[in-house]
Design a protein around this ligand. Structure first.
Ligand code: FAD
Length: 557
């Protein structure tokens, strides 16, 4: 049995920032990560990170834009804290060595992003996530901590009302091991692979959210799923909002710049839920191109600007879609992009379980409410990663020794051994694909009662199939057939939480758009969904939204 004081699960921006805060608080810290830290999905972030540092901008405007963007479901107290931390956080990352792009006068360059009053998204060309991740990894590397690289969390052990540690396995040996810890920070990132059409990496499978749900944590607002308006047609690869921030425009098959109908003031730079719905509406009403897509045009920006500011986008378009954005329009359609929901926390990263913390995309504070603004998520990983790390360190400083036993490890391993010893049953890939198809078809951008009921029926039937999942590969070394099965099981649990929450929420708010309940209903639904696991599926309760000074208004862009 291994022992640490603070165990961080995940080595993306949120996990690394949490670990750094806990190390600086002089605790014995370990990180487990199923990937090399620099391969975390944070490294795929293109567009940038928000901070109201411009002269014409203000922290209050950033707060207001975020509250409005959230469709008034974001907790205003948390958003105020978050936006105040933005400037110092970006400056700190610059001091750690992040190479941000510069304006002519040498100040930090900023680009406009959707749903925001001013250009406030600071960037490193279109590789902002990687620039941040590398700088933070270098900074963390100067400290002492233990890294369990290519280890997969499978279970969080909670007894006597508090965390005792986790069970994980080492991909290199297939060995299951217990890691006792006084506090555990879940920073396992996105769960986008629940959907087939997504901008998320194949590794974004919601493992930590599912493990927390199994351990009794409350999962908040998971029905709010963000679809990014501009993903490349076939592959779903993201074309950053920065492309529209630089001046890119959307056109339908009639050559019309259609956003004027949906967002008369800010056009293509409305918030993501608004632009995604507009694209789907254009296509459904017959104004899309054959094959169901619309165009994103950059040509008018000129070769030099496109190739310097959107270098990586050029490569993606040329290599994956065979189009050159300097001379051709880019074929795009929305794809799943981000989960507003996650493990419910407060601004210190505390969950409903003593010793369990969460941060980053796996968590829901909530600052994004029903719809996240671009550029706010990278910022969230750093602001709340630090808070969760600090709180986990403080808790560990006074907590008694955790009790993790060999039987905890055996209990976590038993179902895995069953999967591996089955002689008949289904391959995890077939089950994963069935889940993704169901979620794409029935739980997408526009939702109805009948679709959600059918989606739920199918997800529960697929869960039944998963009970007989079979891992054909019996080897212990890098058994990807096994990780596939474990990840699929995690995603199926979360898919059910999404559908049940979406079915219950009889209103339209932010990214949750019910055709049968088209209006926002503040009287009944200005509240957070909390899902707790029971043997009969998710049990839902509701919690009030944190409110300070911004009156709910109709959201117009
Ligand atoms: C293509 C793309 C572009 C984006 N662009 C932007 C942008 O420009 N601006 C912005 O603000 N946001 C952007 N986002 C969103 C933002 O990048 C993410 O929300 C954020 O980086 C998530 O960080 P994280 O630390 O929470 O998770 P991640 O960076 O995904 O890290 C998760 C970590 O958890 C580990 N892990 C997962 N499961 C397990 C397990 N079972 N056991 C052990 N370890 C595990 C992984 O190894 C990884 O280290 C983008 C997202 C995508 C997908």
């Amino acid at each position: 049995m291994r022992h640490h004081e603070v165990l961080v699960v995940g080595a993306g921006l949120a996990g690394q920032r949490a670990a750094l805060a806990a190390v600086e608080a002089r605790r014995d810290v370990a990180i487990i990560s199923k990937l090399h830290p620099l391969r975390s999905h944070s490294g795929a972030a293109q567009g940038g990170i928000n901070a109201a540092v411009g002269k014409e901008d203000s922290i209050d405007t950033h707060i207001y834009d975020t509250v409005k963007g959230s469709d008034y479901l974001g907790d205003q107290d948390a958003i105020e804290f978050f936006c105040r931390e933005a400037g110092p956080t970006v400056v700190e990352m610059e001091h750690y060595g992040t190479i941000f792009s510069r304006a002519e006068d040498g100040s930090l360059a900023r680009r406009p992003f959707g749903g925001q009053g001013f250009p406030r998204t600071i960037y490193a060309a279109d590789r902002t996530g990687l620039a941040l991740l590398q700088a933070l990894w270098e900074r963390l590397g100067t400290e002492r901590f233990t890294l369990y690289q290519e280890w997969d969390l499978t279970q969080i052990v909670v007894r006597e009302g508090r965390v005792q540690g986790v069970v994980a396995f080492d991909r290199r040996t297939g060995q299951f091991e217990g890691i006792a810890a006084k506090s555990v920070v879940i920073a396992t990132g996105p769960a986008g692979r629940i959907y087939g059409r997504t901008t998320n990496a194949h590794t974004c499978t919601g493992d930590g959210i599912a493990a927390a749900y199994d351990a009794g944590a409350l999962i908040k607002d998971l029905e709010f799923v963000q679809f990014h308006p501009t993903a490349l047609l076939e592959s779903g690869i993201l074309i950053t909002e920065g492309a529209r921030g630089e001046g890119g425009i959307l056109k339908n098959a009639l050559g019309e710049r259609f956003m004027g109908k949906y967002a008369p003031h800010v056009l293509d730079l409305a918030s993501r839920d608004v632009v995604s719905r507009a694209i789907v509406t254009e296509v459904r009403e017959g104004r899309g191109f054959p094959g169901d897509f619309v165009h994103l045009e950059l040509m008018h920006l000129g070769k030099e600007r496109i190739e310097t500011r959107l270098q990586e986008i050029c490569d993606f378009c040329r290599n994956f879609a065979g189009v050159d954005p300097v001379v051709n329009p880019i074929p795009i359609f929305p794809a799943q992009h981000y989960m507003m929901g996650g493990v419910g926390t407060n601004i210190r990263g505390e969950t409903n379980i003593a010793g369990l913390y969460a941060a980053g995309e796996a968590a829901c504070v909530s600052i994004h409410g029903a719809n996240r603004l671009g550029g706010n998520s990278l910022l969230e990983t750093l602001v709340f990663g630090k808070q969760a790390g600090l709180a986990a360190a403080t808790y560990a400083a006074s907590a008694s020794a955790p009790q993790l036993n060999d039987s905890d490890v055996a209990d976590a391993e038993a179902p895995v051994r069953r999967m591996m010893s089955r002689t008949d049953g289904e391959d995890p890939q077939a089950i994963r694909t069935a889940m993704q198809r169901t979620m794409d078809q029935y739980v997408g951008i526009y939702r109805t009662e009948s679709d959600l009921l059918e989606g739920l029926r199918q997800i529960r039937a697929i869960q039944k199939r998963f009970e007989q999942v079979r891992v054909v590969d019996r080897s212990n070394v890098y058994n990807l057939n096994l990780t596939d099965a474990l990840e699929t099981g995690h995603m199926l649990e979360l898919a059910e939480v999404i559908v049940v929450g979406a079915f219950a929420r009889t209103e339209s708010r932010g990214a949750h758009s019910r055709v049968d309940y088209p209006s926002r209903d503040d009287a009944h639904w200005m509240r957070h969904t909390l899902a707790r696991k029971t043997p009969d599926g998710p049990n839902l309760t509701y919690a009030p939204v944190g409110y300070t000074r911004w009156e709910p208004k109709e959201r117009v862009y």
